[in-house]
Design a protein around this ligand. Structure first.
Ligand SMILES: Nc1ncnc2c1ncn2[C@@H]1O[C@H](COP(=O)(O)OP(=O)(O)O)[C@@H](O)[C@H]1O
Ligand SMILES: [Mg+2]
Length: 306
């Protein structure tokens, strides 16, 4: 069994010229900018159900540098969740290469993948996926249970994560005793508690009213401002507007669009989004402003690093 440490991931990435985003015209990555945390090259996914084959992804090229906040937007059935499953190592491509922090995921065994999923990626789903019989605090603790973190540490970190999402006074509430927006904030806390480098969210606001949507989006904005990489999957344009950039997915093809914060040279009027006004602009959209953050994959908790 090969155990990939995250030091390996980082050093592999640095020494792998193929991981250089500069060669990928579709990437919109800044050459010489931050190391790509996600790098997909001609990724395809075909589902075979009986005699029927569905080509859910038809050659996806995507580079996401560390600290990016990218929205992947597309209609229902366009391949968003399939892509999210591959990005989150919940499924594997049929063909093509997916490098996570420079390491080809196809070379990782199930144990390596489980480690990446549990400790390095925070997931947020449309349906919250909270366990109804557990309190908010216990739900948030779960990823730490899997990571073998001692109980006292788990308690403290779960409480801290819930504080961060504004639910410090709801630790002992069960999901059924919380609003939809609060439940999604619990699941954001659960995604954060392992201190992951990447947050993957699949339609996180799909079940929320406008106020809760704004609430959850401002949490993502905050995470981005702290230097985390956020991938937000949505079918809603005004939700996608919150990200630093948007790529469109349609029929399994990805279309790179605009860098949102670059002024529109053509003078084309921007679409009037319904949500952005309530959320202050990001202050950490440049590589310089995220350099205060610790290096990719490094973790300050020895329990989690081991
Ligand atoms: N497990 C599966 N087996 C067979 N087909 C699937 C499976 N998951 C998704 N698909 C098909 O792949 C396409 C993309 O689905 P999905 O990634 O869920 O799209 P989205 O999240 O954008 O709605 C759809 O045509 C869907 O029916
Ligand atoms: Mg979906």
């Amino acid at each position: 069994m090969t155990v990939v440490t995250f030091d390996d991931l980082t050093s592999n990435a640095a020494g792998d010229p193929a991981g250089d985003p500069a060669g990928d015209p579709g990437s919109q990555a800044d050459p010489g900018g931050p190391l790509p945390i996600l790098d997909l090259d001609e990724v395809r996914k075909t589902y075979a159900t009986g005699s029927l084959e569905v080509e859910a992804l038809r050659g996806i090229d995507l580079v996401v540098p560390e600290g990016d906040y990218v929205a992947i937007m597309g209609p229902s059935g366009s391949g968003k969740s399939t892509l999210m499953h591959i990005l989150g190592c919940l499924d594997v491509p049929t063909s093509g290469i997916y490098r996570l922090a420079g390491v080809d995921v196809s070379g990782m065994d199930e144990e390596d993948l489980a480690e990446v999923r549990n400790r390095r990626i925070g997931f947020v789903f449309q349906q919250f996926n909270l366990l109804p019989t557990l309190t908010a605090a216990r739900n948030v603790e779960l990823p730490l249970v899997y990571a073998g973190v001692p109980r006292a540490d788990r308690r403290r970190r779960a409480a801290e994560a819930l504080e961060r999402v504004g639910l410090g006074d709801r630790l002992d509430h069960r999901p059924g005793e919380l609003s939809g927006g609060q439940q999604q904030r619990v699941s954001v806390a659960r995604a954060l508690v392992t201190d992951p480098d990447l947050i993957l969210a699949d339609e996180p606001t799909g079940n929320l009213d406008t106020a809760s949507t704004l609430d959850v989006l401002s949490l993502f904005r905050e995470l981005h401002d702290q230097g985390r990489t956020v991938v937000l999957i949505t079918h809603e344009g005004d939700v996608a507007q919150q990200a630093a950039r948007t790529v469109l997915i349609r029929d399994g093809h990805l279309f790179h669009t605009h860098e949102k914060r670059v002024p529109d040279a053509a003078g084309e009027p921007a679409a009037t989004p319904a949500l952005p006004a309530a959320i202050p602009p990001s202050t950490a959209s440049t590589p310089e402003s995220s350099t205060g953050r610790r290096p990719l994959w490094e973790h300050d908790d020895p329990q989690v690093q081991a």
